[in-house]
Design a protein around this ligand. Structure first.
Ligand code: ZN
Length: 345
């Protein structure tokens, strides 16, 4: 049986490689290692490309929650812009070096994606998770765009000068706090002008509707269905419906804490839950607006889908779930690729 390629909405491989030291990044990526994404695993699993995120991690005393519901972890404080920018540049440099080593191709337009895949290079879109690195005058945005940035999450949960995110809270919806700030609305407008995709994963409810008001397609690269797993990071039915109506995209997050009905991190049963999320997301957003947003290298993974070398587990689960190959192909790559064709000039 042919392996349907996966083009994925979100991963944190750059963060992991950056933590290991930029000089080691190429070798680490080429050798089998403990991460969720490397060259061998990508080839084995048919992982052909996707959004590669830069993410300045919280420092100081912040620790990720243990995900034992109910939980409600306070968010780390805002990050100074220059501190964030330095980390974003270093992580983007990892991707630039991977490209220089002919391992990935940084795709600045939708037209770059198919040739990269034909060459056997991973087609990478540069994404920034959280806009901390951008100044109020948006100069850094213009420079990062010139360097290849094509997708931007306004927040990674912690607040920025542009907007407010959702905390790690379960159970909870995302209707927490105010919408985008005036600077945030200018940021979204500038992204629209440039052709930078705006990602609403991690954003709170009011911010989500502010992005809709800006006339952009609603995209949540790595979020699931709140009706199945009622954590703050997952989308309500109304939000999923708006994703479909605006011809946007929602990417299935493989993170167990976002899949499991009970909000726990345990790996068992998470693939079955993933099928229930897909059913629900397709029902409300439509089958042309649902893709994958693995969160590889950024979240605890399900049993059997421990890394991108094991994507067949997901394909097999979809087949057992009576998804035919045409629908599986839409979810695995076609929906993201046609969305990018429509929106990324
Ligand atoms: Zn995330």
């Amino acid at each position: 049986m042919t392996q349907i390629p996966v083009f994925d909405g979100h991963n944190d491989a750059l963060l992991r490689l950056w933590k290991g030291g930029i000089d080691a990044a190429i070798e680490t990526f080429q050798s089998a290692n403990a991460g969720h994404i490397d060259l061998k695993k990508a080839r084995a699993g048919g992982f052909v490309g996707g959004f590669f995120a830069t993410f300045p991690p919280p420092g100081g005393t912040f620790v990720m929650p243990k995900f034992e519901p109910p939980y409600d972890e306070p968010l780390p404080p805002m990050l100074p812009q220059r501190e964030a920018l330095a980390m974003v540049v270093e992580q983007a440099a990892v991707l630039v070096r991977l490209e220089a080593a002919d391992l990935v191709r940084i795709c600045k337009s939708a037209r770059d994606i198919a040739p990269a895949m034909l060459e056997g290079r991973i087609a990478a879109l540069l994404h920034m998770e959280g806009a901390e690195a951008i100044d109020p005058d948006l100069q850094a945005l213009d420079v990062l765009y010139a360097a290849g940035l094509r997708s931007l999450g306004i927040v990674w949960s912690r607040p920025t000068i542009f907007g407010h995110g959702v905390p790690f809270r379960y159970p909870s919806d995302a209707d927490i706090g105010p919408g985008l700030t005036p600077d945030g609305k200018r940021l979204v407008a500038r992204c629209k002008e440039l052709g930078v995709m705006v990602d609403t994963s991690h954003l709170n409810m009011k911010g989500f509707w502010d992005v809709a008001d800006a006339g952009l397609p609603l995209v949540a690269t790595h979020s699931n269905a709140h009706a199945i797993s009622p954590g703050a990071r997952n989308l309500t039915d109304a939000q999923l419906k708006a994703v479909g109506e605006t011809h946007g995209m929602v990417g299935l997050n493989f993170g167990t804490v976002f899949l499991r009905e009970d909000g726990r991190a345990a790996p068992y049963g998470a693939i079955d839950a993933a099928m229930r999320h897909l059913d629900h997301m397709i029902k409300h957003a439509g089958e042309d607006h649902v893709g994958l947003g693995s969160d590889f290298d950024g979240a605890p993974m399900p049993e059997g889908l421990e890394d991108c070398g094991k994507l067949d587990t997901l394909r097999d689960a979809m087949r057992r779930h009576d998804f035919g190959d045409p629908l599986i192909a839409k979810i695995c790559n076609e929906n993201w690729l046609s969305f990018l064709d429509r929106t990324l000039t």
